[in-house]
Write a protein that binds this ligand. Structure first.
Ligand code: ZN
Length: 551
């Protein structure tokens, strides 16, 4: 076990009495806890932790048991749980997606060539001869002077959309959509939201591995089988009837049968002033839906604040994963050891360390949210139905996939340059002898892909980051190889399994930093905001305005 000291140099040089008075001991993050919780939650016994199954019960009971043992109190008015209403839709009797009206008719097979699903809670989806329109990146961003839907009516039509945003191939961060960094306009969630606002009957994204940041296998495994969303009034009938993806080579065939060249059209879509192009083709697809309503659960434990208990500092980590999934080498359980049994283990280890140190002035909350994999559902539900007011939520840290490759010389912030939390993180990282870096691959859109984003959308800054790739043993070459190995061979696959040989020293560094950050926020008076000019600042200012502050 490798534990780095976080004591400031001054404290190291002072007397024992002064240390006791001014500087807390370096937080003791238990590697045994990290190992035990990760190993337990990712064992086959927990079935891959799919929400709404008996594996959920087993999972959340285990987390409560660990929270209790750590010394937390129930966080929801005496309960450890927040009910999250979820509706699960399972498509069946799917027809191929047929494309007619071109030189040759095309028939795209479910799973192999395309996937389709629906947000609408309705027993049957039937799309017949719907006109196909290529809408480029499918973006309407008035503040950036960009509208792919300008002058075209796509009501009742099928739109074909490119993944990511127009300047994703840039080498720097300059451009109408922040260069190679993915903006929210590049996320698939946005693309379906916009297509629905435009009244499209169906929205199909063209999959490409580089700009999507994951392969077709991830699309297959996450878009087939039961799909979950929040169970809301109106049953999501304002959404498009069908949403989905198609493989790039099928998109090339589709464009060819319309007498167009995919690469040419793709290049045109990346230029300002692009206009959507009706392809003169028609799409048909139908399927039936099995509908099941259920409750899943966020788990929340707290250390109530001694002075300002209504002001909260949060640690979050999603407990759910994919459950039973497509078998690889005969293994059909997606155990999600790093994603995100490791994050829950970090949450428990932080709870133990913070409880041991005693309560702070503000409340420290530890929340393991559900249904992250289905689209950040548990965190979205909490953010929209907060137990503690969001206007008094100071900020916090989200953990999704801990480092198991060893100690690093760098700490990477996802979505770097957004919030004042970074000003607090930098000295903490420096005290560990680490440098803070922006994410190396902002084109992957990591900032929009975990639970901190649910809070950011409502103005609350949450840190999402972790060890970089510059390993103390092996440097960036070894670190980068480890990242690639995880993304290609394990991420969202049955091979994301517990490994007793993992080196937890990097995770311990990160958790010590999160411990210190949480302490500083919980014992202080700061209200970290978003930097000027970032997309969430106005929301935070509005939320904080008028709150009677105790500073
Ligand atoms: Zn995750």
């Amino acid at each position: 076990m490798r534990v780095s000291l976080l004591l400031p140099m001054a404290a190291l040089l002072s007397t024992t009495a002064a240390v006791a008075q001014t500087a807390p001991a370096a937080p003791d993050i238990s590697v045994q806890t990290l190992r035990d919780v990760t190993k337990t939650l990712s064992s086959d016994d927990f079935g891959g932790r799919k929400p709404g199954t008996p594996d959920e019960t087993k999972t959340i009971d285990y987390i409560v048991q660990r929270f209790k043992a750590a010394g937390l109190q129930p966080g929801n008015h005496g309960s450890w749980f927040q009910d999250v209403p979820v509706v699960q839709i399972t498509a069946k009797n799917l027809t191929p997606l047929t494309i007619t009206g071109g030189k040759t008719p095309l028939s795209l097979d479910y799973r192999k060539d395309m996937v389709v699903a629906t947000y609408r809670v309705t027993p049957r989806i039937d799309i017949k001869n719907s006109d196909i329109v290529f809408v480029g990146y499918g973006i309407d961003a008035p503040e950036r002077g960009w509208n792919d839907y300008a002058g075209v009516d796509v009501k009742g039509k099928t739109v074909i959309i490119l993944v990511n945003d127009p300047d994703w191939q840039s080498s720097d961060l300059k451009g109408p959509f922040e260069g190679k960094a993915m903006t929210y306009y590049g996320r698939w969630t946005y693309k379906y939201e916009e297509a629905a606002r435009q009244g499209a009957a169906a929205a199909i994204i063209v999959h490409q591995t580089a700009p999507a940041a994951y392969g077709w296998g991830v699309v297959q495994s996450s878009w087939t089988g039961p799909q979950q969303e929040l169970d809301v009034k109106g049953d999501h009938m304002d959404q498009s009837q069908a949403i989905g993806w198609m493989q790039k080579d099928d998109a090339e065939k589709l464009f060819a049968t319309a007498g167009k060249d995919f690469a040419t059209m793709e290049a045109a879509a990346g230029k300002k002033g692009f206009h959507a192009v009706p392809l003169g083709l028609k799409a048909s697809v139908s399927f039936d839906n099995d509908i099941a309503r259920m409750k899943s659960h966020n788990v929340i434990g707290i250390l109530p604040g001694t002075k300002r208990p209504d002001e909260t500092v949060f640690y979050t980590a999603h407990w759910d994963h994919l459950g039973h999934c497509d078998p690889v080498d005969g293994d059909g359980i997606c155990n999600g050891a790093r994603d995100n049994a490791s994050g829950v283990a970090g949450l428990v280890a932080l709870a133990e360390a913070q409880a041991k140190a005693g309560p702070a002035a503000r409340t420290l909350a530890f929340m393991s949210v559900t249904d992250e994999e289905a689209g950040l559902l548990g965190s979205e539900y909490y953010a929209e139905h907060p137990i503690f007011p969001l206007s008094k939520m100071v900020g916090g840290v989200n953990m999704d996939v801990l480092n198991t490759d060893g100690a690093t010389k760098d700490f990477v912030i996802t979505g770097y340059g957004k919030s004042e939390l970074e000003d607090l993180v930098k000295p903490l990282a420096a005290a560990q002898g680490r440098v803070v870096e922006p994410e190396p691959d902002p084109e992957r859109g990591g900032y929009f892909r975990s639970d901190h984003f649910s809070f950011a959308k409502l103005g609350v800054p949450m840190l999402d980051g972790g060890s970089g790739e510059d390993l103390v043993n092996g440097g960036t070459a070894a670190g980068h190889a480890a990242t690639l190995d995880y993304i290609e061979h394990r991420y969202h696959k049955p091979q994301d399994e517990y490994n007793p040989d993992w080196d937890w020293s990097g995770a311990v560094q990160d958790l010590q930093l999160y411990y210190e950050l949480g302490r500083e926020l919980a014992d202080g008076n700061a209200w970290p905001n978003w930097y000027q000019g970032t997309e969430f600042r106005a929301i935070r200012d509005k939320s904080r305005a008028g709150v009677a502050t105790n500073e």
